[in-house]
Design a binder for this molecule. Structure first.
Ligand SMILES: NC(=O)c1ccc[n+]([C@@H]2O[C@H](COP(=O)([O-])OP(=O)(O)OC[C@H]3O[C@@H](n4cnc5c(N)ncnc54)[C@H](OP(=O)(O)O)[C@@H]3O)[C@@H](O)[C@H]2O)c1
Length: 341
């Protein structure tokens, strides 16, 4: 791996995250010597028009990716488990969007605003955190540094785009069917998602916690490097196309001052404070869709406690929750945190 323009690959380029990674690479002028796009062998060959030329999306093969230097994976956990390490062994730095390797001790889990230093110890594979976790820790990290975070109780309101292209189509078709007096049909979600909410994201463990809820606990601890933090999450799918929202209760080891918290978050990287309830100003997913930042509002002290606050956090799950964070990781690598072995 050398400095300069890199040969870049995106696997899953027909999907929500992969296609957004391509858009972000171009929008942010990531220096590329080549851009190779891949999807599954099941996809008919497609071409996308990028910056004045047509680029083919090809079926993925290890051979086709051999000349690449940095590879974004957005093709699901099964694909990543099978190929991520093999792609890395071909000399690529792999940035993986799936949950397959996030908790592996040899794989950094990185939010560039928080722990870019962890890129210095990567061994060719870097994990992008879970979308709900990223937006929560972007807001909590500066407060953790100042007040020492001890406990989080969070309920999420997660959009269907978090479950991929088919999930977006399922909400659209169910909403259409219901409004036309027909029975909603679906295959992606375990229940009707049109005009409904479902407290079930990913699989459940024997204690009744969903994997999405456990990811929020484990990934927060890894990114903030503090195993004492408790995160008690209830993760819920809502009939919103884009943008995850979170109602967060956060408890700290030391005294907090809410005005100071607002000021602190006001200059935190990647965070926009949107908080004026008298004028009905707070973030909503419709407002935040398509935006790079993570928005926070409804910041308020918890009655009877000078160490706890509540807030409302919203971000575009496909952008900061996935594609943008992945491209920011690549930018950090380009800036100097290259392979350490
Ligand atoms: N959506 C989000 O907000 C979000 C947030 C964080 C993380 N993620 C993670 O990002 C990954 C992609 O999610 P998504 O929402 O973009 O899903 P998606 O819209 O369903 O797209 C999946 C992509 O993977 C490709 N693919 C599937 N199997 C493949 C194979 N064997 N070889 C090559 N390509 C293959 C698909 O290609 P075809 O078109 O050929 O099927 C498609 O391009 C998942 O691991 C997901 O958990 C998503």
């Amino acid at each position: 791996m050398t400095r300069g323009n890199w040969a870049v690959s995106v696997v899953g380029a027909t999907g929500l995250v992969g296609s957004e990674i391509v858009r972000q690479l171009l929008k942010r002028r990531f220096p590329m010597a080549a851009l190779n796009l891949f999807a599954s062998p099941a996809s008919p060959t497609q071409e996308v028009y990028l910056k004045g030329r047509w680029v083919k999306i090809r079926p993925f093969s290890l051979n086709a990716i051999r000349d690449s230097e940095i590879c974004f994976l957005a093709a699901g956990g099964e694909f990543s488990r099978r190929y991520a390490r093999r792609i890395a062994s071909l000399g690529n730095i792999v940035i993986d969007n799936s949950s397959a390797f996030r908790m592996n001790s040899d794989v950094p889990l990185v939010v560039p605003e928080i722990n870019p230093e962890d890129l210095s110890w990567h061994r060719g594979l870097i994990a992008n955190p879970n979308c709900s976790t990223i937006q929560m820790v972007v807001v909590l990290a500066p407060l953790h540094r100042k007040y020492k975070l001890r406990k989080v109780v969070v309920s999420t309101y997660q959009s269907v785009s978090g479950a991929g292209t088919r999930a977006v189509a399922e909400l659209a078709s169910q909403a259409d069917a219901i409004l036309n007096g027909q029975a909603p049909r679906g295959a992606v979600f375990p229940h009707q998602i049109g005009f409904n909410v479902i407290p079930h994201i990913d699989t459940f463990d024997s204690e009744g916690w969903s994997r999405e809820e456990s990811k929020m606990l484990n990934e927060t601890r890894k990114i903030l490097k503090d195993k004492e933090i408790d995160v008690i999450a209830t993760t819920v799918r809502v009939p919103v196309f884009r943008g995850h929202s979170e109602a967060v209760y956060a408890e700290f080891a030391t005294k907090i001052d809410v005005d100071e918290v607002r000021r602190e978050l006001g200059h935190a990287p990647g965070v926009v404070v949107m908080d004026d309830v008298d004028r009905s100003i707070y973030p909503t997913p419709a407002f935040c869709a398509g935006e790079d930042a993570t928005f926070v509002g409804r910041i308020r002290r918890v009655p009877g406690s000078n160490r706890a606050l509540c807030m409302w956090i919203v971000s575009d799950n496909v952008l900061k929750g996935a594609a943008l964070n992945a491209v920011q990781i690549a930018e950090q690598l380009m800036a100097g945190h290259v392979r350490s072995d």
